[in-house]
Design a protein around this ligand. Sequence first.
Ligand SMILES: Nc1ncnc2c1ncn2[C@@H]1O[C@H](COP(=O)(O)OP(=O)(O)OP(=O)(O)O)[C@@H](O)[C@H]1O
Ligand SMILES: [Mg+2]
Length: 424
Amino acid sequence: MEEKIKVQNLYKIFGKNPQEALEKYKTGTSAEQLFKESGHVVAVSDVSFTVAPGEMFMVMGLSGSGKSTLVRCLNRLLDATSGSVFVDDEDIQKVDGDRLREIRRTKMAMVFQHFGLFPHHTVLGNAEYGLKVQGIEEEVRREKALKALELVGLKQWADRPLSNLSGGMQQRVGLARALATEADILLMDEAFSALDPLIRRDMQDELINLQREMQKTIVFITHDLNEALKLGDRIAVMKGGAVVQIGTPEDIVSNPENDYVANFTQDINRSLVLTASSIMEAPEPLFLKRDTVRTAMVRMRSIDRDEIYIVNSQRQPVGIITDKDIAAALKKKINNLSEIMNTEFPQTTESTPLGDVLPLCTVGLPIAVVNENGRLKGIVDPLDCLNSITPNTVDSEDTSDSEQPEDTENSSDSSTAESEKTVD
Ligand SMILES: Nc1ncnc2c1ncn2[C@@H]1O[C@H](COP(=O)(O)OP(=O)(O)OP(=O)(O)O)[C@@H](O)[C@H]1O
Ligand SMILES: [Mg+2]
């Protein structure tokens, strides 16, 4: 796979002597012990992943799990303790200061929750700030900033002071500033978290729309699984500095690798996220040309099912027979499947959300799942469909990160300061 960002075995330890702490950590001293002994914090622990061009990559996890630290290592606002970060095959840790500044200005824009805007400057002044520090001439940067403001729906506010805008609108200005730089990577740290829920939803929709046109590579941090599921192509779930699972939204919801991940997925609307393909079973069909009532009976017994689908030579479902149909046919000495099969059956596609599959469950037959060519790819048992829409069961074990010290106030303060640093 072509990759835009590649992170390999990344560690970040805060404290007086991170290298020594890392050695101890790698030879078995736990993070808790290191913190107790010497105050070192293992904020990022052996993280590896890649992000494809144009991908929206979400980083999710509880407070203190290392999300911000990880993302700050991507543009080297923080120096990693060990491991590497490649952006377009360039090793970020090895570039000199000039090159780093250039990369931050032209390749990777960062949007923070506290986004380092200037309340007394105009909206336009804020939006063009990133370009100004790049030394781009006034006319060009104006044009670019206005275009970015238009994208986020704020062009008519360009000449007003930022302080006239609501929090949600200011957040859009922060986004416009990042978009105006034309960086093809956006790092967004809780960019929407301070917004009230309705505005937040609007911003999410807007980002999805913008992304369709822009095709940026986006690393987006969030606490919120619903946001991650809505926006993400893939989601990395962090716990205690480590990535515990990376997968598509559907993977994360349908196959959480542990209770920590499952806990996140408790409250989400599964009927929207899960699709027919995530719960279908192998169809084991009969072939209309080849099979008979007698072979159907043998097959039904061997796979222990009461219904079987029948497909034509293109593997498209043409009918279904039940064990009762077979018993009746044997009595009447009928051996031809086409004489007894039921040609009306529930059918859906692989990508149909379970919420839309649900009404088909009332028919009481397994649901045929077909691909775009109408071929039978699987069957969904109506009971499985109902069960899948109710949440995973999770042990009562405490999965919080309480062992790791939390320093949210500090980290958000520093993010404002650092956002200035990105463009200084
Ligand atoms: N500058 C620092 N010095 C010492 N420890 C730090 C520093 N920055 C972060 N940490 C610690 O590293 C760990 C990870 O912090 P980080 O800010 O990356 O978490 P986060 O997942 O972004 O949390 P949140 O969701 O609250 O923003 C925490 O235990 C935090 O206290
Ligand atoms: Mg954070």
